[in-house]
Write a protein that binds this ligand. Structure first.
Ligand code: ATP
Ligand code: MG
Length: 435
């Protein structure tokens, strides 16, 4: 026998138990985004490679070493599996001229691809929820996005996620800082690692973002970007902080927070937890006022963030939460040819009435079918044999799994079945379905 094929390393199957948790998470996410006026957008998973090189920056982890790029076999065009959503989202907004009517609040959710070393919380296919607010210049939208995150942690019952913020100022301010930073790092060249040495002249700011513990002390002593901010940048930063204080959202200014992507300016933020080991950042974002014009659009300010769904759900489960188990309303067992046809009709009629019915398929004794019914977690088994079929009726048997004290089994006529089942399953509801 040939060996069974395996999924690509770092790309995970999400099996039904987990996938149900994902669905419930996604429902919460949709309600939460709706509450803030964000509208959905869906972009392709493959984009022309130059989009990411231009948007994210040539000297970044993503573009230097993490992209899944390949040549289109037909026309030789270089294509890339999207490593993140912002570039695609802005590309779509420009292509369809969406800013024509004014600012936009947009969100998306889906898989992203990065060729990284797989480990806990770091995968090659992972999933993000991302939001982008395009055309808004003030600190209010930055603060609103941060407050959104705080609310989501609360909605999900997540604890221990702390907020770090910083300001990257504007490019002239970064240029002055860069000169001093470069001088400082050149003085200590012998202490730099290979990555840092390579970036020293192309992108020294990025060295502050290093994950190498041996560089921490060096980086700690480096000139701080905040000390180079001009009046307007400081005012924007103060504005964000004021709104955060008003909303009672605690934060820490982390001068080393520079983010791994080139397109950020002014506000940057990360939500971090100590409970996930090395992969502790669950959400990251900030302002990127230059990106839209960099991608060929009419200049417009913008701000957004992305959160890692795998990391959030791992934290959620680590903190003892369990998702609601999804069970059918009833499991339908049957025996005999005529009964099988009647059962099929009963199942469809009940589904039309709004019930979730699992129809037994594949035969077997009543006993083995009843075992399946129990195992399904359904609160009720519906039984159709020759007698029931002849009487145009169904036996309704409450199951132990669904009730502490199951009511008696009862035979119910086909026409009364939906009402009967409704009363049995949802005894507190009025006729109109409200509680
Ligand atoms: P890191 O520093 O952990 O590599 P990053 O700065 O590359 O993160 P972003 O590009 O800002 O990450 O992505 C936003 C969020 O997406 C991260 O905070 C994280 O929660 C999640 N994320 C990023 N890369 C991965 C990955 N390879 N696997 C799982 N989640 C990821
Ligand atoms: Mg990364």
């Amino acid at each position: 026998m040939s060996q069974t094929l395996q999924a690509v390393r770092g790309m995970n199957d999400i099996l039904p138990d987990q996938a149900e948790l994902w669905e419930q998470f996604e429902e919460t996410i949709r309600d939460w985004l709706h509450a803030y006026g964000y509208r959905p957008i869906r972009m392709p998973m493959v984009e022309p490679t130059p989009l990411f090189a231009r948007a994210i920056g040539e000297v970044t982890d993503i573009v230097e070493k993490e992209m899944y790029s390949f040549e289109d076999a037909l026309n030789g065009e270089s294509l890339t599996l999207r490593p993140e959503g912002t570039a695609s989202c802005v590309r779509a907004v420009l292509q369809h001229n969406l800013l024509y009517e004014g600012p936009k609040r947009l969100w998306y959710m889906g898989p992203m691809f990065r060729h990284e070393r797989p480990q806990k919380g770091r995968y090659r296919q992972f999933h993000q929820v991302g939001i982008e607010a395009l055309g808004f210049a003030g600190p209010d939208i930055d603060a609103e996005q941060i407050a959104m995150c705080a609310r989501l942690w609360d909605d999900l019952g997540l604890q221990g996620i702390r907020l770090e913020i910083n300001s990257l100022g504007q490019s002239e301010e970064r240029a002055r800082h860069r000169a001093d930073l470069l001088a400082y790092l050149e003085q200590h060249q012998d202490r730099l690692d290979e990555d840092a040495r390579r970036r020293l002249h192309s992108n020294p700011l990025r060295i502050l973002d290093t994950k190498n513990p041996q560089l921490q002390a060096l980086v700690e002593g480096a000139p701080k970007l905040v000390d180079y901010l001009g009046e307007a940048s400081l005012k924007h930063f103060d504005g964000v902080q004021q709104l955060l204080r008003d909303a009672a959202i605690p934060y820490r200014i982390n001068p080393r927070l520079v983010r791994g992507l080139d397109y950020y300016n002014l506000t940057v933020f990360e939500w971090v937890t100590d409970q996930l080991g090395a992969q502790g950042t669950v959400c990251a974002g900030g302002r990127y006022d230059g990106l839209i014009s960099q991608l060929g659009g009419k200049p417009a300010p913008a701000c957004g963030f992305a959160m890692g769904i795998e990391r959030l759900l791992a934290l959620w489960q680590d903190q003892g939460h369990r998702h609601e188990i999804v069970v059918p309303d009833a499991y339908l067992v049957h025996q005999g040819e005529a009964a099988a046809r009647f059962a099929f009709r009963v199942a469809e009629a009940l589904r039309s009435a709004g019930f979730a019915i699992q129809l037994h398929c594949g035969g077997g004794s009543f006993k083995s079918q009843m075992k399946k019914a129990d195992g399904s977690g359904a609160p009720v088994a519906l039984i159709v044999g020759d007698d029931e079929t002849a009487a145009n009726a169904v036996s309704v048997k409450p199951l132990r799994g669904g009730y502490e004290q199951p009511p008696e089994q009862q035979r119910v006529g086909f026409d009364e079945l939906a009402d009967h089942l409704g009363t049995l399953l949802f005894p507190m509801e009025d006729d109109d379905g409200s509680l």
